[in-house]
Structure formats: C-alpha cells, structure tokens
Write a protein that binds this ligand. Structure first.
Ligand SMILES: [Zn+2]
Length: 76
C-alpha cells in the first residue's frame, strides 16, 4: 500500500533517510550529491525511513545540477 504517486516532473526518488547526512535531512545539502545548496534548491520529494515505531520520513532537496540530470533518458 503506497500513497505516493509520482508527480509530473518528478523523475528521481530520493535516497532512503538512513543514507542521508544530517545536512541532507535538514535540507541544507543536496540529497543526491551531498553538496551544500545555496540557491535554486528544488524539492526532491520525501525520503522514506523508519526506526522501530518511529517514522523518519522527511522532505529533502536537490541542487539545480542534480535536478537537471534527473531527467528521463539519463537512466540505465
Ligand atoms: Zn546535487
């Protein structure tokens, strides 16, 4: 049972919460490449995660570079 529906323009799922650094979870750094985001942050969706009974889902952000490369056709 998944409630998440892909949105138009949403082509790449963020990594799981457990793979993210504190800065990435806080939205200060790109969730894909880990670079600090100063301008042009784009929402990358919700990183999913849980620890026991605790849901750790958090909205994460991508830098403009990663947003550009996250287009169809860039996949394997
Ligand atoms: Zn990036």
């Amino acid at each position: 049972m998944t409630a998440h529906q892909p949105q138009p323009g949403e082509t790449r799922q963020p990594p799981p919460v457990t793979a993210l650094t504190y800065a990435q979870k806080a939205g200060w750094a790109c969730c894909f490449c880990g670079k600090d985001i100063w301008t042009g942050a784009v929402s990358a969706g919700i990183a999913r995660g849980r620890s026991g009974a605790h849901v750790l889902d958090v909205e994460v952000f991508a830098c403009p570079d990663c947003q550009k490369t996250a287009t169809p056709g860039d996949q394997r």
